[in-house]
Design a protein around this ligand. Structure first.
Ligand code: UDP
Ligand code: MG
Length: 315
């Protein structure tokens, strides 16, 4: 089978059928033959009902349902794990990744003989100021700490079998798909596209979810923050020594120590630095704990695959 289209879906009951029809028709018009795999990421509305309708209606649609919300990254992984194809396209279900671009992406892959065609946001669509501000800040920090330059990169990607075979071997449960694709290397080229407006519903990435994703992205690609806290600690120790010497000099020269506030400030300062460092170490330890537990990365509660990958153990 030539192309597999992986679509992660979460709480899109109202729009999924309509949106899928648009994707389906566009691909039909563009002569793109493919198998679809729609992953319901544990939606709490009737999304699964709609997806099973699609699975019945279209002969080339497979569907997978998660037992709960495991996040978009895991939904993408499940799609890639459960279907065999020469090439894989990952796209959002809300039409923000324009289906009409896919033909060009396929041609680009053929023409430039690459393993990855990276969808890069040329225009970011409508985003509020705060979102844009935090996104920019996040990508800057990400680049500084991990070296990953993902500004304007998206999950809209066309990747070939060799890349998928590689990432299928990764067993980590906290992964950041965009970062991973960047990390594995391979031959790649960019495809610039304009993010469409979301027609129905709203983004399911709340501020908290986005912060979790940002944190995850940094922590799963670098342990630099650990070193940072170490150096921070060292610098504060230096300050403490200098202040200590000064206090001693004051004491011996007969100047009464009146700096009550200095003491309080120091206690607060050092306390917070220690807390911060411990917290940072704690976060990494919790991640080690997560990995050591070796739990499945996601749990599939229903699998309406079309026998494309029945033999494969779902992990
Ligand atoms: N999505 C998902 N799991 C989640 C959140 C989102 O599978 O926990 C899906 C969602 O249904 C959509 C895609 O990921 O197909 C992008 O989500 P959304 O449009 O909410 O995010 P944004 O466009 O703001 O990045
Ligand atoms: Mg969207």
């Amino acid at each position: 089978m030539e192309l597999a289209v992986v679509i992660p879906v979460y709480n899109e009951a109202q729009a999924i059928c309509k949106n899928f029809a648009v994707i389906y028709d566009t691909f039909l018009q563009d002569d793109i033959s493919c198998q679809y795999i729609i992953v319901d990421d544990g939606s709490s509305d009737t999304t699964w009902l709609e997806i099973s309708k699609l699975q019945k209606e279209y002969s080339n649609v497979s569907a997978i349902r998660f037992a709960r919300n495991f996040g978009k990254e895991m939904a993408i992984c499940a799609g890639l794990d459960n279907i065999d194809a020469e090439r894989y396209l990952i796209m959002d279900s809300d039409l923000q990744h324009p289906p009409k671009c896919v033909k060009d992406m396929l041609l680009l892959m053929d023409r430039s003989q690459v393993n990855i065609v990276d969808g890069v946001k040329q225009q970011r669509g409508k985003e509020n100021f705060l979102y844009r501000f935090f996104a920019k800040g996040f990508y800057k920090i990400l680049k500084k700490t991990t070296g990953l330059d993902l500004n304007d990169s998206s999950d809209f990607k066309l990747i070939d079998r060799s890349v998928v075979d590689t990432i299928r071997q990764f067993r980590e449960s906290n992964l950041f798909f965009r970062g991973l694709i960047d990390w594995v290397g391979f031959e790649r080229t960019n495809y610039f596209f304009t993010v469409e407006e979301r027609m129905e519903g709203e983004s399911s990435f709340s501020l908290f979810k986005l912060m979790k994703l940002a944190f995850n992205a940094i922590l799963s690609h670098t342990s630099k923050p650990l070193y940072l806290t170490f150096f921070g600690g060292a610098i504060f120790l230096l300050f403490a020594v200098i202040l200590g010497i000064q206090t001693l000099v004051n004491y011996f020269s007969g100047n009464a120590v009146s700096g009550f506030s200095t003491v309080i400030l120091l206690i607060l300062f050092t306390g917070s630095v220690i807390m911060l460092s411990l917290g940072m170490i704690g976060v990494y330890i919790s991640r080690i704990y997560d990995e050591v537990k070796g739990r499945p990365r996601y749990i599939v509660s229903q699998n309406l695959s079309r026998g494309i990958k029945k033999d494969r153990k779902i992990i």
